[in-house]
Design a protein around this ligand. Structure first.
Ligand code: CA
Length: 229
């Protein structure tokens, strides 16, 4: 059974989500204070996290960043819960590493559809059962969503991971921003090409050295190309 961790301080909303997701066969756990979030995530290793933006102790954005920086859990998909009044920026949400987001008040039907869509995507990635990909000093192990640089595991988000795998498989080819957006984020985010640039920047920071050895080349006005040095 898949474990879902709901990080939400409003008890009514938590109970509603729990009741509905349990009815659909998920194991649902809750944390109601931001400070307890990361320890619980590390202990539980959930398949998905539903994360509220406004929490006591520590806010959702900080928690999201902590998850994304921790190699043990960085790939766990996150669905952010936001309130309309918080004017949450969709692009910001994607930048900090949320896989999807939903605005309160939401219908429980919509939430469970989003949850299932994100999990389907993760399952699809896992079930491909592929060989390791070796590029330069990088080794990608698709069965475990793990990436190693010089034998050292690096903390990638699911999106950064997908981006890296897709680019590494199409190395040498020029990939446009729209192509990458469509491939990694899907048509929902059509036109949000800034999202691609931000993720490329994060990915570069994680896989490239300060040396002149680069994996990702910018093709001015077009997109990016992955090259093996
Ligand atoms: Ca809240």
């Amino acid at each position: 059974m898949k474990k879902i961790l709901v990080i939400e301080d409003e008890v009514n909303i938590f109970e509603l989500i729990k009741f509905n997701l349990e009815a659909q066969g998920f194991e649902v756990y809750g944390v109601h204070d931001g400070l307890q979030a990361l320890p619980k995530i590390l202990e539980l290793q959930p398949s998905l996290i539903i994360l509220d933006l406004m929490l006591p102790g520590k806010d959702g954005i900080s928690i999201c960043r902590e998850i994304r920086e921790n190699a043990a859990v960085s790939y766990v998909p996150i669905v952010m819960l936001t309130a309309k009044s918080e004017e949450f920026d969709k692009v910001l949400g994607l930048e900090i590493g949320a896989d999807d987001y939903i605005t309160k008040p939401f219908s429980i039907k919509e939430l469970s559809a989003r949850v299932k869509a994100v999990l389907r995507r993760t399952d699809l990635l896992l079930s491909k059962d592929e060989e390791n990909i070796k590029v330069g000093d990088l080794v990608i192990e698709p069965k475990a969503f793990e990436v190693f640089k010089n034998g050292q595991k690096i903390a990638l988000t699911l999106k950064e991971y997908e981006l890296l795998v897709f680019m590494a498989k199409h190395r040498g080819q020029v990939l446009t921003r729209d192509q990458l957006l469509d491939q990694i984020w899907g048509f929902d985010y059509y036109g949000e090409t800034r999202t691609v640039d931000v993720h490329i920047r994060y990915l570069r920071k994680k896989i490239e050295d300060d040396s002149d050895k680069h994996y990702i080349e910018t093709v001015r006005g077009v997109g990016y190309r992955f090259v093996e040095n």
